[in-house]
Write a protein that binds this ligand. Structure first.
Ligand SMILES: Nc1ncnc2c1ncn2[C@@H]1O[C@H](COP(=O)(O)OP(=O)(O)OP(=O)(O)O)[C@@H](O)[C@H]1O
Length: 279
């Protein structure tokens, strides 16, 4: 990876809370203009990485840098519940010297959210669209979104992602987006950062990663070189094996994994090999 062109870079990054390490030895390089998926199970360190990148937390060791004007949408979309949408936009303008009011208002109008409505009366999807308008109103170059899709129904998730994609494609914004629903990120994210137990388990260009892997389905006794196996499961008389950099054997069906199959394979493998960071 060429770190020189990266918009978000971390080296040897670690964060220790009183209970132990939440993140350790993380090397990250998200290339400029990419939409990067930040994926991992509960407690993997995703929010911690976001908070370190935005400067809300200080690293215990190592470094992290955002190269460009940052924008951040924290988990839970913190907007004042008693404010109207108009008041939220007003606060955005008052707090940010480089606020683009026309742009933020256009995004709210596109979401068909009434300006006079109080935040607490909005649906989850509408609230997310307002929170995104506030985050984008600053015209960030690097946008960090911590689970923006949580609590949204599938239709609202699609709408929010569509709106976000249209904006960042137009502006060339770099995005780091965390989500538990990996299927939502398929076809949208072109870079993957997979965290597990506070470590980076897999990172890189999504298309390249998918092309390097195959999901094999074959007989239980399917013979695959151990070095190529990422994860292997046996059900009944069948083996399902995720492999990297291997010409599929003749007695197996092979297909390129989806982003979800790839990520789940690595996450399950990480769980069983006990690579967690000691607390
Ligand atoms: N303020 C804190 N004090 C102590 N421990 C913390 C704190 N914040 C997070 N942790 C711990 O650090 C680890 C990583 O947490 P983090 O919130 O970064 O994970 P996450 O991947 O965002 O999880 P989730 O998917 O559940 O949101 C967890 O073990 C968590 O308990």
């Amino acid at each position: 990876m060429d770190e020189g062109s990266a918009a978000l870079v971390a080296a040897g990054l670690g964060k220790r809370y009183r209970r132990g390490w939440a993140l350790r030895g993380c090397a990250v390089a998200v290339p400029r203009g990419r939409i990067a998926a930040l994926v991992g199970p509960n407690g993997a360190g995703k929010s911690t990485l976001m908070a370190l990148a935005t400067g809300l937390l200080r690293p215990t060791e190592g470094t992290v840098a955002v190269r460009g004007k940052p924008g951040f949408l924290a988990q839970g979309k913190p907007l004042y519940q008693g404010f109207t949408v108009e008041e939220v936009l007003h606060a955005g303008r008052a707090l940010n010297p480089d606020w683009d009011d026309a742009y933020a208002r256009r995004l709210v109008a596109e979401a068909e959210v009434p300006l006079g409505a109080r935040i607490r009366t909005l649906s989850g999807g509408q609230r997310t669209r307002v929170a995104l308008a506030v985050a984008l109103g600053r015209r960030p170059e690097v946008l960090l979104l911590d689970e923006p899709l949580a609590d949204l129904d599938p239709l609202a998730r699609q709408e929010v992602m569509g709106a976000l994609l249209a904006e960042v494609a137009e502006q060339g914004t770099t995005v780091l987006l965390s989500s538990h629903v990996i299927a939502d990120l398929d076809g949208i994210c072109d870079h993957l950062l997979l965290l597990s137990g506070g470590r980076v388990q897999l990172a890189g260009d999504v298309e390249e990663l998918l092309a390097e892997h195959r999901l094999l389905i074959g007989p239980r006794e399917l013979d695959v070189p151990a070095a190529a196996v990422v994860e292997r499961r046996e059900t009944g008389r069948q083996s399902t094996v995720l492999v990297r950099g291997l010409e599929p054997p003749d007695d197996a069906q092979a297909h390129e994994p989806t982003l979800e199959e790839l990520a789940l394979g690595y996450l399950r493998a990480g769980r069983t090999s006990g690579r967690e960071v000691a607390a």
